[in-house]
Design a protein around this ligand. Sequence first.
Ligand SMILES: C[S@@+](CC[C@H](N)C(=O)[O-])C[C@H]1O[C@@H](n2cnc3c(N)ncnc32)[C@H](O)[C@@H]1O
Length: 219
Amino acid sequence: MTRTTEGLSPELHAYVVAHSEPVDDVLADLAKETAELFPTHKGMQIGPEQGAFTTLLTRISGARHVVEVGTFTGYSSICFARGLPADGTLLALDISDEWTSVARRYWERAGVADKITLTLGPALESLRALSEEPRFDLAFLDADKEGYVDYWEELVPRLRPGGLVLADNTLSHGRVVDSDDTSAHVQGIRDFNDRLVSDDRVTQVLLPIGDGLTLARRN
Ligand SMILES: C[S@@+](CC[C@H](N)C(=O)[O-])C[C@H]1O[C@@H](n2cnc3c(N)ncnc32)[C@H](O)[C@@H]1O
């Protein structure tokens, strides 16, 4: 969740966005409407350069089945869905009917509604309700940070070998290295980052895109 990349000046961020795949009217309107409807939460959307990256990653990885943990008003889900082939699917997990009702409207407008299934409720329960078989090619983690390690443990067995996990906010706006910050969500991210390093089921890289985007591949 963040609309800009950490450590980039506003000018350089604008340059990065201007030299990535352009944001179309659907995503621009979604960002605008989200800011109007939910001004204190608008920063939860992934940023435009992250959106361009996720669409491209979905496409170049050949992913057909994606799961998203944390959908909000739908920005990232549209970016993933746009990278899917015609028979691709996206399972979107979120707890908020209010926020995802905006997503549902924009999925229709983006022409991707037929690819997306929304399951409302605590995402950990939704994941545990899925049989433990490798079914996903790509998983996106962007819900409550305290839950990242638990989500990870449910996601990895459900990823096919070679499947990818993308996790947002893995820099916590730089707070991961501030030892005075002992807040639960920052600690949740530190625990997640440490867990991946010690997990020999995957190979991972922490990319400083947006607020930190970790990419892991199931070996
Ligand atoms: C950072 S936002 C997701 C932003 C979204 N990926 C985007 O780009 O617009 C986090 C979302 O996680 C959801 N969430 C938080 N805790 C949750 C939980 N326990 N189970 C399911 N969803 C949860 C919130 O309702 C919120 O919509």
